[in-house]
Design a protein around this ligand. Structure first.
Ligand SMILES: Nc1ncnc2c1ncn2[C@@H]1O[C@H](COP(=O)(O)OP(=O)(O)OP(=O)(O)O)[C@@H](O)[C@H]1O
Ligand SMILES: [Mg+2]
Length: 694
């Protein structure tokens, strides 16, 4: 497969070429300059000198010829004055020429030197022997030939030097422009190359970059399936792959998050379902169901501690994977370890039981589990505080499906709810058991009280009957002492009878057999009777008893005996709890269909703290017990039951040390509308219609 080109590689190559071309451009400029300078230097330092000395050599030679020719014509020595200097200059010129001459013209210099020396030798001979005749032209002819030879060599030399000078001048002129032209060319190529690389890179990059941006935008907009195909330069392909990997990872995280949320919701719902139940058996059954429904596992077992030992899997007698004695065979310290896990709120997670991870289990546990085919194992204890109540064990039988953190957390959450639920259910069961026990004790007590009261009433009736006969003196005259003693016996027998009546009423109320048989009853008769009955006691204590009753009316649907007990109870309380010199007022009236009866006294009153318990059986206010005022605390409880049974209401206002007022409201018979009706009153069922006010 062809490796994709990289932007970096292209840019690096382009940059290298650009640098090379730039350097070449510099080199060309430099070479141009160097060439120009070399040519100039050769011209100035060599060729111009050579040109000069070549021409000077020619001049010196010509001057020598001129001097010799003039001398020959005139034989005047003045023409020879400069001749010697010409010869010296000629030799000096030759030396200079040799100094500046390039090797290719050395031959010409040699030829000039030879011709010059030959000519000067002939000239010297002519000067030394200046006879000239037209017949003897030999020296002159030789001199002529020699001169020609020199001139030829000198002209050739001059031509050569001039040609070189011209070439160098041309060269000097063109070198720089050639260098600049090459440099410009290299620069142009470099720029073109740079542009081509830039354009190519932009063209190759832009498309993939746009696609990449579009994919990232889609991902950002929530299209989690958006992926990009790796294309274009290597760097962009790397980015595309990274974006895809990021999207994959984010998808995976989202899936995990969704799974985790689902498990959390499921665990919470499971918790609600578990806690809905109050009985331990139901809690265990529901916990098993929710675990089986919620966990993606092959087996999930619930073991509950019973009598200090871990029990068998709840409801899994058939599909229990492990040997029957597996649980009994657990090592002794296993329970301690489980308890510690409970305290640490930890779970045991083994993702690969047959592998090295399985070593964390003792061999006695691991081996049967491995043989049963268990691959991954999750164990979570549950309980309250450090009290281990049981364990949840979940097993998977195939590889590649490890327990996730979210699953472990979900099981731990269910385990926590299960622990609390089971604990509460057990407390509830225990409470129910105790309540049942108490009820049975209470029933036994009520039966006992009823039986004893009943058994006491019969002999007491006989006792009071005989006392009445004795007091009526049917059985003979009584001495005053005997009468006094009999009065005391009679009083206490009456108290005993009242107490027995109260106890029997109470038993009937508790047993649910207390019934009220109502008929139109004159409340006025009941109130008058009660007033009459209490008056002796009131006057005996020096208490003023005032009544304000209407002349007629006040007919209620009621049970005359029960209403009589109500009024007697209220009046006897008023008299009993009012010290000598106090006042008791009994008033009654009809208001808006109700008979309103009020019993007010100026007695010891009731402490605020005690008011809330006044209607509880056997409750007595603290100031009453402190003053040892006799009573059992049953009166108001019975009064309340009777009033409620009559569809009435009752309220009590009291201030400690100032007095008490009890107000009873009973529906008048007319307002009820029926001539006769029956009320069944159950003190435990009827809602108390009464109030206590200060
Ligand atoms: N008129 C009152 N003045 C002050 N305290 C009262 C008055 N009526 C009731 N109480 C208080 O309420 C308590 C309960 O009254 P209740 O009639 O039920 O019991 P008791 O009179 O003590 O005994 P019993 O009526 O059974 O003989 C009394 O013990 C007393 O402390
Ligand atoms: Mg009383």
């Amino acid at each position: 497969m062809r490796r994709p080109s990289s932007i970096g590689g292209r840019l690096r190559t382009g940059l290298a070429l650009f640098v090379v071309l730039l350097a070449a451009s510099g080199v060309f400029v430099y070479a141009g300059f160097a060439h120009q300078e070399g040519a100039g230097r050769q011209l100035n330092n060599q060729m111009y000198f050579l040109q000069h000395y070549t021409s000077q050599l020619d001049g010196d030679f010509t001057d020598g010829q001129l001097a010799v020719a003039n001398y020959e014509l005139t034989f005047e020595h003045r023409f020879l004055y400069d001749y010697d200097a010409d010869g010296g200059n000629f030799a000096a010129d030759l030396i200079q020429m040799r100094h500046y001459a390039p090797p290719n013209v050395r031959g010409l210099i040699d030829r000039q030197e030879r011709a010059g020396q030959a000519w000067f030798a002939l000239a010297n001979a002519i000067i030394d022997n200046p006879s000239y005749s037209s017949t003897d032209t030999k020296p002159t002819d030789e001199s002529w030939v020699t001169s020609q030879s020199f001139d030829t060599a000198n002209s050739a030399m001059a031509a050569n030097v001039n040609a070189t000078v011209n070439r160098l001048v041309r060269q000097s002129k063109s070198a720089l422009s050639v260098g600049l032209a090459w440099s410009a060319g290299a620069l142009a190529v470099a720029i073109a190359l740079g542009l081509a690389i830039a354009a190519g890179t932009v063209r190759r990059t832009l498309g993939p970059l746009r696609r990449l941006t579009a994919t990232v935008n889609r991902l950002t907009a929530g299209d989690q399936d958006a992926r990009i195909q790796a294309a274009g330069p290597r760097e962009l392909q790397d980015v595309a792959r990274a974006v895809n990997a990021l999207a994959d990872e984010s998808g995976r995280l989202r899936e995990n998050e969704a799974l985790s949320n689902r498990l959390r919701v499921m665990a919470r719902a499971a918790g609600f379902r578990i806690r809905e139940h109050l009985r331990a058996d139901d809690v265990i059954r529901v916990a098993r169901e929710v675990l089986e429904e919620s966990l993606d596992t092959d087996f999930v077992y619930l073991h509950v501690m019973r009598d200090g030992r871990m029990g068998p899997p709840e409801g899994h007698a058939e599909d229990w994977l492990l040997p029957d004695d597996f649980i009994e065979g657990l090592p002794r310290d296993a329970l301690g370890g489980l308890r510690q896990m409970l305290i640490d709120q930890a779970s045991q997670v083994i993702q690969d039981l047959p592998g090295p991870e399985g070593d964390q289990l003792p061999p006695a546990m691991r081996e049967p589990m491995r043989q049963a085919g268990i691959v991954s194992h999750l164990l979570t204890p549950f309980g309250v505080g450090d009290e281990l109540l049981g364990i949840i064990a979940a097993d998977r039988m195939h590889h590649g499906h490890p327990w996730t953190d979210a699953e472990v957390r979900a099981v731990e959450s269910i385990a926590a709810d299960l622990g609390r639920g089971l604990h509460h259910a057990r407390l509830y069961d225990e409470e129910n058991r105790l309540v049942e026990e108490l009820k049975s004790v209470d029933r036994a007590k009520s039966d006992f009280v009823a039986t004893v009261s009943h058994e006491l009433r019969t002999p007491l009736t006989s006792v009071t009957g005989y006392i009445e006969m004795l007091l009526d003196q049917d059985m003979g005259q009584l001495t005053p002492e005997q009468k006094h003693a009999l009065d005391t016996v009679n009083r206490n027998a009456t108290r005993l009878r009242d107490l027995i009546e109260d106890l029997l009423t109470l038993s009937a109320i508790e047993a649910g057999t207390f019934t009220t048989v109502t008929e139109p009853t004159s409340l006025l008769d009941i109130l008058s009777g009660a007033e009459e009955d209490i008056r002796p006691a009131a006057s005996g204590k020096g208490i003023t008893l005032a009544t304000a009753l209407p002349a007629d009316g006040l007919v209620v649907n009621g049970d005359a005996i029960q209403l009589g007990r109500v009024m007697m109870n209220l009046l006897s309380n008023a008299v009993k709890f009012t010290p000598a010199g106090g006042r008791v007022e009994l008033t009654a009236d009809a208001v808006s269909g109700w008979a309103i009866v009020s019993v007010a006294d100026t007695g010891i009153g009731i402490p605020d703290a005690d008011k809330k318990d006044l209607f509880t059986r056997f409750f007595r206010a603290s100031n009453a017990t402190k003053r040892a005022i006799p009573g059992t605390g049953l009166g108001l409880a019975i009064v309340q039951t009777i009033i409620v049974g009559h569809g009435g209401e009752m309220s009590l206002q009291s201030q400690e040390g100032a007095g008490t007022t009890v107000i009873v409201r009973l529906p008048l018979a007319e307002s009820v509308g029926s001539a006769e009706r029956h009320h069944e009153a159950d003190s435990r069922r009827a809602a108390p219609a009464l109030g206590v006010r200060s």
